[in-house]
Design a protein around this ligand. Structure first.
Ligand SMILES: Nc1ncnc2c1ncn2[C@@H]1O[C@H](COP(=O)(O)OP(=O)(O)OP(=O)(O)O)[C@@H](O)[C@H]1O
Length: 715
């Protein structure tokens, strides 16, 4: 708003020699009361006003006289480029109604009259008014203003949103009735003439913070204004914050009273929360864990692995700071994204659990005892119940045995060593109900020269050193019962002939005796040899073979009925617990898996030996994979050590996945062992060489049972 914008450019230009008449004529033409007297180059000489000309005429001058005497030379001037406010001040202090406007070269360019000033200020006030209205309208806060009659004169869009009332309904109306929520306070600001402290007000759909102030003009209160800030969103956030804080406090309390150790990591793999129980287990201060990388500080928990793999896992029992712990890990998923992981470490209850397991075991033992007693007592229960199996071939064999036992026929039982042939023989005897004894002769164990007297006994003085009064042989001892001829394939040919005679005639003589004795003996023979081959080789009499092979039972090897492994393990562990006075609970799945892949050349007897060895060597309550002998641990299919297995042989292996997995696992174990040895047992270096994280290395060491001890042993 500069002078040049508002000055009157069409002004009256006069020369000193102009007459009064011509001056009046110009004043009339321009409708102005003032004229500028100029030199030829537009420089100011002075001014002439209508009043000065009137004064000349009143003093008797004629209209034709020059205007010179009426000229004022002391003229108030203003530069054209200054603001109007400055020009206004100049006019007010000089107490004149006009000022001559000059350019930079001091030439006259216009006249500034009071009317120009008024117009300028009216325009400026209108502009300001528009600005204030726009500002109020677009404020985020609601603004309500009243005049001193309490009528609402300002009501912006934010107020409309807050009070839910259209402007046309409230503008001009009394604030007390139209906006009662603020009516009292805004009128009090008006009446008391001072601002009011901020106050929360509750509207039907919002909460706002209101401030009130009086509006004054020239020391007079002409109204009041209320500014209201909508707090609804802030209140919501605050409430959410409070809820979050409450939840956090609840979580913290829950963690603290938790009996187990708990550690939580965020998506960066850093520890965000640990409870006192965990600190107690690790014997560490909270600030030494918080915000640290979990893999460095708590590698045993495998939290980073859980975060990476999304896997929820319960581990086997493992040791932390010398205490056995059971660790459960769970990833924390939010909106389908992994945002952390949580580990629960159970370390206190394990001792109680152990007691529970033992108690359970005792109860199971008792149950087994009563169950077997019940079976024995009930009519259906037979000695066959002691032959444990889940295999259909074995089940049908048990049925055949039951039927065969009812007859008097000779039974031949064949099968690999340790498959349970003797158990079947005993079952035959028990089921047959024969009153005599079950007598066993191991044909392979007795020297051939003693075999005859073992079988038939000898008479008094039959040979030097013979017992006085003679001695009965196994045939006589088994009279009325069952004679079990184990390893019959190993019986010398000479004795085979005598045996054949006894079987045919049911009579014999003691060695060195002439007296023929008659016996009632049930023969059950067993062998792990192929008798047909022995016949071909002339080592076994064909006629004897047909004589004993009346009923033939073939017991399948253990490797053909691997489904029997779990029940057999269970049965044998219980049996061995009683014998060895142990409290072993059972076989771990990992160990069982290894057993499944083994060929078991020694069958159930070998299994029993393996379990007995494990139970004797270890004080643990479970038979773990590392308790098994080396031949079972290293790949057990008779293959060379896995890591050296040529690729073509690996490919040629049957598509038995478990088998192949073992070979790969053994190769990995071998590699990890060698790298660890090379690094002198340093886990960090070894993990680096292997290109895996330290926690993964720890995990694999646990999986393959690589301990400090095994590292040194391997060296
Ligand atoms: N199905 C089974 N259930 C329970 N125990 C079994 C079973 N099979 C074998 N056994 C146990 O395995 C061991 C070996 O069994 P057994 O002596 O009967 O085998 P075998 O075939 O007669 O052996 P060998 O040919 O060497 O004389 C025994 O302790 C037996 O009790």
């Amino acid at each position: 708003m500069l002078v040049s914008d508002f000055m009157t450019r069409n002004f009256v230009r006069l020369q000193p020699e102009d007459s009064v008449r011509s001056a009046f004529a110009k004043f009339l033409q321009y409708r102005l009361d003032i004229g500028c007297v100029l030199h030829a180059d537009d420089l100011l000489d002075g001014i002439v006003t209508k009043y000065n000309l009137y004064r000349m005429l009143v003093n008797g001058c004629s209209l034709e006289e020059p205007i010179g005497p009426a000229m004022i030379r002391d003229v108030v001037t203003v530069p054209q480029h200054i603001p109007m406010q400055q020009a206004r001040d100049i006019l007010i202090t000089s107490q004149v109604a006009h000022a001559v406007v000059l350019d930079q070269r001091q030439k006259v360019v216009g006249i500034m009259a009071k009317a120009d000033l008024i117009q300028a200020f009216l325009m400026e006030s209108e502009r300001l008014n528009n600005q204030v209205t726009a500002l109020i309208e677009h404020l985020e806060d609601a603004v309500v203003a009243i005049d001193n009659q309490h009528k609402i004169i300002t009501y912006n869009s934010a107020a409309e949103r807050l009070f839910q009332q259209r402007p046309e309904h409230v503008l001009g109306g009394p604030v007390e009735t139209l906006l009662p929520q603020i009516g009292e306070d805004i009128t009090s600001a008006l009446q008391n003439r001072f601002p009011l402290d901020a106050k929360k007000i509750f509207l039907p759909t919002a909460i706002a913070l209101a401030t009130y102030a009086p509006v004054t003009f020239r020391q007079q209160v002409i109204g009041a204004i209320a500014v209201l800030k909508d707090l609804t969103a802030y209140e919501k956030v605050a409430k959410e914050l409070e809820t979050t804080k409450k939840l956090e406090r609840t979580l913290e309390s829950a963690l603290e009273i938790a009996y187990d150790g708990i550690a939580i990591i965020g998506e960066e793999g850093r520890i965000t929360m640990v409870n006192d129980a965990l600190l107690e287990l690790y014997q560490i201060k909270r600030h030494d864990l918080l915000d640290r990388v979990a893999e460095d500080k708590l590698p045993e928990l495998g939290l980073s692995e859980t975060l990476r793999t999304d896997q929820e896992r319960t581990s086997d029992i493992q040791e932390i700071k010398g205490r056995k712990c059971l660790i459960t890990r769970t990833p924390i998923i939010r909106d389908g994204k992994r945002v952390g992981a949580i580990a629960k470490v159970m370390f206190r209850q394990l001792d109680h659990l152990k007691d529970l397991f033992l108690r359970l075991e005792d109860l199971e033992n008792e149950l087994t005892y009563y169950r077997s007693e019940y079976i024995r007592a009930s009519t259906q229960g037979t000695a066959l119940d002691y032959i444990i199996t889940r295999n259909p071939v074995m089940e049908s064999l048990k049925k055949q045995t039951y039927l065969a036992a009812q007859s008097f026929s000779t039974i031949l039982i064949t099968g690999e060593s340790g498959t349970g042939k003797e158990l079947f023989a005993q079952a035959v005897h028990e089921i047959s109900g024969r009153p005599g004894k079950f007598v066993k002769v191991n044909c392979a164990a007795i020297p051939s020269e003693l075999l005859e007297s073992e079988f038939f006994g000898y008479a008094d003085g039959a040979f030097t050193g013979a017992k006085k009064g003679g001695k009965p042989g196994k045939f006589e001892l088994a009279d009325g019962g069952t004679l079990f001829l184990d390893e019959i394939g190993d019986m010398p040919l000479s004795l085979q002939a005598k045996l054949l005679r006894v079987l045919q005639e049911r009579s014999f003589e003691r060695v060195g005796d002439v007296h023929t004795r008659h016996v009632n003996v049930r023969i059950v023979a067993a062998t792990n040899k192929r008798l047909e081959e022995l016949i071909e080789q002339g080592k076994f009499r064909e006629d004897l073979y047909y004589r004993i092979n009346v009923i033939h039972l073939t017991v399948p090897p253990l490797c053909e009925r691997l489904e029997d492994l779990p029940v057999l393990c269970d049965h044998l562990v219980r049996k061995l617990n009683r014998i060895l006075d142990k409290e072993v609970i059972g076989v771990r799945p990992a160990a069982l898996e290894l057993m499944r892949n083994y060929r078991w050349p020694g069958n159930v007897r070998e299994l029993e030996n393996v379990l007995e060895r494990a139970m004797n060597l270890e004080s643990s309550n479970w038979i773990e994979a590392h308790h098994l002998p080396q031949n079972l641990l290293s790949v057990n299919t008779g293959n060379p050590p896995a890591s050296f297995l040529p690729l073509d042989r690996f490919r040629a292996l049957p598509a038995n996945a478990a088998n192949k997995r073992d070979i790969i696992a053994a190769a990995e174990k071998d590699l990890i062992l060698r790298v660890l040895q090379e690094c002198g047992g340093n886990r960090t270096h070894a993990a680096k060489h292997l290109g895996i994280s330290r926690s993964t290395l720890y995990q694999k060491m646990r999986m393959y049972h690589i301990t400090e001890k095994s590292l040194f042993q391997a060296e």
